[in-house]
Ligand binder design. Structure first.
Ligand code: ZN
Length: 134
């Protein structure tokens, strides 16, 4: 991947990349003039993580369209895919909107154990997808 110099410097400053190969003795300030950068973090994931909305019940309902992830009915509860009793936390990837009936049917079992398939896509949404609800 080729990036322009400005982008390269930004990556160095943000410490997501280090200079692997520099261009002779040329320096930019105290930094060697970069020729080859090596990414030290998975930038895209970090970037998305930093910018995405924090989990909220309202946000989850918006992501799942207020529909139960198990039967498609009206959702009014939050179901934890890995149950809180098993250490599951309220995160985008561990929760799905559910109706009271399915939630109690599933109980503290994981969907694999209770043989209930989740029909929603489980993902961390962007602000744009859920609107500003926090
Ligand atoms: Zn349901």
């Amino acid at each position: 991947m080729r990036v322009d110099l400005k982008h390269a410097i930004r990556m160095l400053v943000r410490e997501v990349a280090i200079v692997e190969e520099s261009e002779g003795d040329r320096m930019i300030g105290h930094l060697p003039f970069p020729k080859v950068l090596k990414l030290v973090r998975y930038v895209k994931a970090a970037w998305r993580h930093a910018r995405g909305p924090a989990w909220s019940r309202k946000g989850l309902m918006a992501r799942d369209g207020h529909k139960c992830g198990y039967c498609g009915g009206k959702a009014d509860t939050v179901d934890h895919i890995v149950p809180t009793s098993a250490g599951g936390r309220s995160t985008w990837l561990n929760t799905v909107a559910a109706c009271g009936r399915c939630n109690s049917k599933k109980g503290a079992r994981s969907p694999e154990l209770s043989k209930m398939a989740i029909r929603h896509r489980i993902y961390a949404p962007t602000w744009w997808e859920i609107g500003i609800v926090n």
